[in-house]
Ligand binder design. Sequence first.
Ligand code: RTP
Ligand code: MG
Length: 156
Amino acid sequence: ASYGIGRQERTLVLIKPDGVKGNYTDRIKNTILESGFLILRERTQQLNDETAAKFYAEHSSKGFFSSLVKYMTSGPLIAMVLEKDDAVAAWRGLIGPTDAHVAKVTHPNSIRAMCGLNMEENCVHGSDSPQSAEREISFFFEDLSAGESLIRRDEL
Ligand code: RTP
Ligand code: MG
């Protein structure tokens, strides 16, 4: 029997430098825990130009890339690994659209509506697919392998 427990999934969250500076960390973490995620890992890190560019390599050809790197290196960020059923989509749903201006109108209860400012300064990151999540988790947490869960479950 599965006891109704679905497939557990992980996602990577960043509280970006503006979110940390604005003191939104506790509010964001409360939302995470109220939404039923487990926080498997958490660390504070200061990115440099090289690591920020590597993290957002998919955007390296975009016009906003150098501005994005500058933003992401503007102060320490907090990285977290969350786990629950459908964690990737669940977290993306909670943060709302990329542009915080839009979020405030269309998703007023979203995290980006709460702490974001505009298209760039949107205070949080969420992985966009399970594949991205595994890559991004290993970027910040080398010792947390893709296959194993830290949480023991009785899945019989
Ligand atoms: P994220 O990867 O940070 O979770 O954000 P996202 O999927 O919603 O948006 P994405 O397209 O992946 O963009 C990554 C981050 O780049 C900044 N951005 N600036 N100025 C611009 O037009 C622009 N577009 C995106 C944002 O900080 C965005 O979160
Ligand atoms: Mg993205």
